[in-house]
Write a protein that binds this ligand. Structure first.
Ligand code: ASP
Length: 413
């Protein structure tokens, strides 16, 4: 049996398991390897993972602009764009709210916060660096969505604005004469082809990358903290699992596909999401997989996936809902029914604003806690286990986008 004959998914799964085992061996809490040795080894193990991530990050923004623009330009008319756009947005909102309701229900039923004794617990760890965001009013935020300085917006990776730029370019292609738009279109096609070529190269690195990233990620997880926060972690995991089941029902009933095959087809993306904690980095691979394996029409995948990676984060929304209820229980703050409805709305907005990169979900959680008068310092309680939960929610975020693409493929047939 040669290396080439091993299926790709098997390589990824093997790398994932091996990385986890090595991560446990290198973990300071297991004391299996002297910590000065592990500290030397870990950066080298992570190197292929960093190369892999940097390759994907390098093409992520040009690919988003090009694929959204080309996706929109291949629609038959502006009304088809309105049709696809409105259905996608409606579906995103619907699933995000379902995710939040699942999160609230589980946290209310299991009451993980009531199992924590703030005075006796040893679970307090470091607090994350909260972003120094200057408050913008809602009209300002809306106005700033238009990228007034394209290069600055690219440098700052303001994804929603760049998706908007892609849509504008697409509309331009749809509505202008070929002579003026063809050169720009050809340029974007070439950028898209280059990006996909880079994805193919990156994929060759993927098994080694997953191995190193997993080993690294495991060393970053506070294993003893997980046991202290067992019910909290369990609530988030249970919620994510139920959300995944809900997705599979949608795949069966709405997208009219076999859920088991669907799950098999997307497993590489799920594992990559888990090991990188970054849905934006995995987006280029998701795009390729949606077209090649799931056979989703190009114009649908090109529009839905970049938009989804930017604004549709069901896993993050569910986690933010559980974390808010958990901390309200820790600090003995009761939620009225009206406040719960407000929580659904707030978290929906917050998850839209969460960037698809590692650890952002918990930073945005700070502003949610603030709006419900829950002490923001509470984040210190859950921060130690956030790395692990980030891995899980990112995997679900990516799955949710692929399910949406399959649904839209059906709904716009
Ligand atoms: N890491 C998540 C993602 O990339 C975002 C978050 O919840 O922190 O999808």
């Amino acid at each position: 049996m040669t290396l080439k004959s091993i299926p790709f998914w098997l390589m990824i799964v093997t790398a994932f398991i091996a990385g986890t085992v090595i991560g446990v061996c290198l973990h300071p809490e297991t004391n299996l390897i002297p910590s000065h040795v592990s500290l030397e080894i870990i950066p080298w193990l992570k190197l292929p993972g960093d190369l892999f991530l940097n390759l994907l990050q390098m093409i992520m923004i040009p690919l988003v602009i090009a694929s959204v623009a080309l996706g929109v330009s291949s629609l038959s008319s502006l009304s088809e764009l309105v049709n696809l756009g409105s259905k996608t947005m409606f579906y995103f909102l619907f699933t995000t709210m379902i995710a939040i309701i699942i999160g609230i229900s589980i946290a209310t039923l299991l009451e993980p916060g009531k199992k924590i004794d703030l005075n006796r617990s040893k679970i307090v760890s470091t607090t994350p660096q909260l972003q120094n965001t200057t408050e913008e009013s809602i009209p300002q935020t809306i106005a700033n969505l238009v990228p007034k300085n394209i290069f600055r917006y690219i440098a700052e990776q303001r994804m929603l604005s760049l998706v908007l730029l892609g849509v504008l370019l697409g509309i331009f292609f749809l509505s202008s004469a070929n002579v003026t738009s063809d050169p720009l279109k050809l340029f974007l096609k070439s950028i898209e082809a280059f990006s996909i070529w880079i994805v193919t190269i990156a994929m060759k690195l993927a098994p080694v990358a997953v191995f190193g990233l997993m080993a690294f990620a495991i060393t970053q997880i506070g294993i003893s903290l997980i046991s202290g926060l067992f019910y909290y972690v369990l609530s988030v995991l249970l919620g994510l699992f139920i959300l995944l089941l809900f997705y599979l029902i949608i795949v069966l009933l709405i997208a009219k596909r076999n859920p088991i095959n669907f799950l098999k087809n997307i497993r590489e993306v799920q594992i990559l999401g888990f090991s990188t904690s970054s849905s934006s980095s995995v987006l280029p691979i998701s795009l390729k997989l949606a077209k090649d394996k799931l056979k989703i029409r190009e114009k649908v995948a090109d529009f839905v996936l970049p938009l989804g990676a930017t604004i549709n984060m069901d896993g993050t929304a569910l986690y933010q809902a559980v974390a808010t209820i958990f901390l309200s229980q820790v600090y003995q703050i009761e939620f009225t029914f009206f406040q719960l409805i407000l929580l659904v709305i707030t978290v929906t907005g917050a998850s839209i604003g969460t960037a698809a990169t590692p650890g952002v979900g918990i930073v945005i959680l700070g502003s949610i806690l603030h709006s419900f008068n829950i002490p923001v310092e509470g984040i210190a309680i859950i921060f130690g286990v956030d790395r692990f939960l980030d891995m899980c929610r990112t995997s679900v975020n990516l799955s949710g986008d692929l399910v949406t693409a399959a649904v839209m493929d059906k709904w716009t047939e």
